[in-house]
Design a protein around this ligand. Structure first.
Ligand SMILES: C[S@@+](CC[C@H](N)C(=O)[O-])C[C@H]1O[C@@H](n2cnc3c(N)ncnc32)[C@H](O)[C@@H]1O
Length: 236
């Protein structure tokens, strides 16, 4: 008797990190176009892999100039900022969940760790600067939790330097997926977008307070410092 063939397993969406790493490899091979971010409202925008793989972006130097002491670059990607800091002699550690991004960051001369930024990291509570650049405030889809994590990494006199969205855009918690020029996209992942006002509103619950902001080359940045008058999540 012939038994029926098993039904094919349902196609699974690819983990976002694999699609991202495939994108980095493709751009390195010179295949620059067509990588996209799809938002859950249907909007599609380019995934700026080429810019992350290139040298300093306009506005990067203003960010790096403010990092004068040991700096943690969270979600360092292929290490543009980590390497810029290292070239200036600033002790800097990049952290990224994508192994291939970490390989590229090291190749560029940075020190980088392949790790989830929410997992234990070296020097917790001692970093003078913690960077969230290139929209990394969106990592995990919960900026309040991410700011709490940053606060736990920071030296009492340290600063979080985070790049924010265009003023007036507020806080948006959403889902995105990464799509190659052709073929299947990634699974959906939680992401978020926040402008400086939204960051200022979220900061106190993380034990942080706004300590400055600047804008250059169409980019916006907010500085956060430990708020000695508050305890994270507690009364004050
Ligand atoms: C918007 S890209 C930032 C690119 C990067 N700043 C650069 O200079 O190329 C977001 C980065 O965060 C990393 N990432 C996402 N979730 C992460 C997590 N939980 N822990 C560490 N890195 C993470 C991604 O792998 C990706 O490299």
């Amino acid at each position: 008797m012939i038994s029926p063939a098993p039904a094919p397993a349902p196609a699974r969406d690819l983990p976002p990190v694999l699609v991202y790493e495939a994108g980095l490899r493709a751009v390195e091979r010179g295949e620059h176009s067509g990588w996209r971010v799809r938002h859950d409202d249907g909007r599609v925008s380019p995934l700026p892999l080429s810019s992350w793989l290139a040298g300093a972006r306009p506005g990067d130097h203003g960010l790096v100039d403010r990092c004068t002491r040991p700096t943690l670059d969270l979600g360092c990607g292929p290490g543009r900022l980590t390497a810029l800091l290292a070239a200036r002699g600033i002790p800097a550690l990049g952290v990224d969940i994508a192994a291939y991004a970490v390989t590229l960051a090291r190749r560029r001369g940075g020190i980088a760790l392949h790790r989830d930024l929410f997992a234990p990291l070296p020097g917790e509570g001692r970093w003078r600067h913690v960077l969230l650049a290139d929209g990394n405030l969106g990592i995990g889809g919960d900026p309040a939790a991410l700011l709490r994590r940053c606060a736990s990494l920071l030296h009492p006199r340290g600063r979080v330097l985070c790049e924010t969205d265009r003023p007036g855009t507020g806080l948006r918690r959403t889902r995105i997926r990464l799509e190659p020029p052709s073929g299947p996209g990634s699974a959906w992942l939680p992401w978020a977008y926040a402008d400086s006002e939204a960051v200022a509103a979220l900061a106190p619950a993380a034990g942080l307070a706004p300590a400055g902001h600047w804008s250059e080359h169409g980019r916006w940045f907010t500085v956060l410092a430990p708020d000695r008058t508050r305890r994270p999540g507690g009364r004050h």
